[in-house]
Write a protein that binds this ligand. Structure first.
Ligand SMILES: [Zn+2]
Length: 506
């Protein structure tokens, strides 16, 4: 029997190579190798990472930036766009890069011109399926092929109708957080995505689980199922660290917490802050504020409390509001970040009191490959000093996109010991004092570069279309010319003639 199975598997794997869109999904899944236990000396970043609550032994807690991921699920519409744009407009992180949120977009009712605007502002656009089918059973039992049709094809759809770079669309959140075990992740691997952010954890909240890859088995709990068992190399999991509501219930999405404080801005804000501080005061794993924007309308206090919460986090000089893909990128290349500077972990940070005489350092440290020439290499001393220089550099943000902080770190930290004492005290309870480093002559980089922003080039077209599967009318705002029919599963570009799948035994 075993031999027959083996031969069957061999025949099948030949068929898989020959016809990747084969319908034998269950069989294909059986062919995936079972994941083995993870050895952190073998599985190392940037391309592999074991599940762990430790980022990097060499980076102390107070030099770990707290990354915060503000995400929104479902259709992007003209209405919710206004709320979101207002909440984030003009905000910058301590490294002077614009803050970014992540939008897990579902197709139906989405206004693609608004998706384009969000992308152009530097927010991340990610995948949340074409059909957003309400049945959890559908998602639980979804084959690799179904997942590719729902997410891989949606990537083409978003790139086309929202006129955005396909390579920027790398993340997945499955509707209702209903994973289909290995299939969810194998689909991501096959269509070239980077991460999934649908997997909650209740056991690894504080300290929180850092992102990990699926090369090996993870130690993360699986409260909703179905979680992967196979080795699926290179696919990242961004754990959803559960929030805790006022009665102690755990919730992956903020708006599914059953017990909220009273409908009062301050009380709601305090509850959000409490959830934030739980992670911020432990290991600073990426903290998610996962929501549907409809939550802003369910109670009077929710939206003002949310904005107050964003204000609060944005006021802390070691907190970065970043996209999920940026948080994955940081985990792949972690570095120590003080309130005012960032250096790779292998470069020792100077002691605060230590006087480091400026030395001529004509050569940057060896780079494996040519780097873009930093524009700030000749930056003048006049820019060094005060808050004004920071303001000044806001306008020059793009000049610093390729800065590397390795070299100049030692130089500046002596001169401005007292200039920031006033702002050193944030009103945060239970937080150990942080070592303060003075401002550098340029913005502090938690990452190698800011996320790209783009010119808004979308000329919106309003399209009146028919949804073929139901005969219903759908309006769609598109940056591309209007399609023939409402785009849908199996016909993501809304073509008149849907191409038929090729026969399997051609
Ligand atoms: Zn959804």
């Amino acid at each position: 029997m075993k031999l027959v199975t083996l031969i069957g598997a061999l025949v099948l794997s030949v068929a898989v190579v020959a016809a990747p869109q084969s319908r034998n999904d269950e069989d294909i899944e059986d062919l995936l190798p079972l994941a083995q236990s993870c050895d952190p000396t073998i599985c190392t970043p940037p391309n592999c990472r074991c599940s762990s609550t430790t980022l990097d032994e060499s980076i102390p807690h107070e030099q770990t930036p707290q990354l915060v991921m503000m995400t929104f699920d479902d259709a992007v519409t003209a209405l919710n766009y206004e709320y979101i744009a207002e909440a984030f407009a003009g905000r910058r992180n301590p490294d002077n890069c614009p803050v970014a949120a992540t939008f897990f977009v579902s197709h139906e009712y989405t206004d693609y011109s608004k998706v384009h605007s969000l992308w152009a502002q530097g927010h991340e656009i990610a995948l949340h399926s074409i059909t957003h089918t309400p049945s959890t059973e559908y998602w639980k039992s979804a084959s690799v092929e179904t997942m590719i049709a729902e997410f891989g094809d949606q990537r083409d759809m978003l790139a086309h109708f929202a006129a955005i770079d396909r390579d920027d669309i790398v993340g997945v959140r499955v509707p209702h957080l209903q994973l289909s075990g290995n299939n969810s992740f194998e689909a991501i691997r096959r269509f070239g995505g980077l991460y999934d952010c649908s997997w909650p954890t209740q056991n690894f909240v504080a300290p929180g689980m850092w992102p990990f890859t699926l090369d090996y088995t993870s130690t993360m709990d699986c409260p909703l199922g179905l979680c992967p068992t196979a080795s699926i190399p290179g696919v990242w999991v961004m754990p959803m660290l559960d929030w805790i509501d006022t009665e102690g219930y755990m919730c992956a999405m903020v708006d599914t917490c059953p017990h909220l404080p009273a409908d009062d801005v301050d009380e709601t804000f305090e509850w959000m802050k409490e959830n934030f501080l739980r992670i911020y005061n432990s290991n600073r794993a990426p903290f998610g504020v996962f929501l549907h924007s409809a939550w802003f309308l369910t109670r009077q206090s929710n939206y003002p409390a949310y904005k107050k919460f964003v204000d609060y986090m944005n006021s802390l000089d070691d907190v970065y509001l970043v996209s999920v893909s940026k948080a994955v990128e940081y985990t792949r290349n972690p570095r120590a970040v003080t309130g005012t500077s960032a250096v790779p972990p292998e470069i020792p940070l100077p002691e605060e009191e230590e006087v480091v005489p400026p030395q001529p350092q004509p050569q940057p440290q060896p780079q494996p490959q040519p780097q873009p020439q930093p524009d700030s290499a000749q930056e003048s001393e006049q820019e060094v000093d005060d808050e004004n220089s920071i303001e000044h550099e806001v306008e020059e943000e793009h000049d610093h996109e390729h800065d590397h902080d390795h070299e100049e770190h030692d130089h500046d930290h002596e001169e401005h010991e007292h200039s920031h004492e006033q702002e050193a005290e944030h009103e945060i309870p239970n937080i150990e004092p942080r070592r303060r480093f003075r401002r550098q002559s340029r913005p502090n980089q938690a990452f190698d570069q800011c996320q790209l922003t783009h010119e808004n080039t979308c000329v919106p077209k309003l399209c009146q279309l028919t949804k073929v599967s139901t005969g219903e009318e759908r309006w769609m705002t598109s940056c591309a010319p209007c399609p023939a029919v409402y785009p849908w599963l199996g016909n993501p570009l809304g073509l008149r003639e849907v191409p038929q799948p090729e026969p399997e035994d051609k």
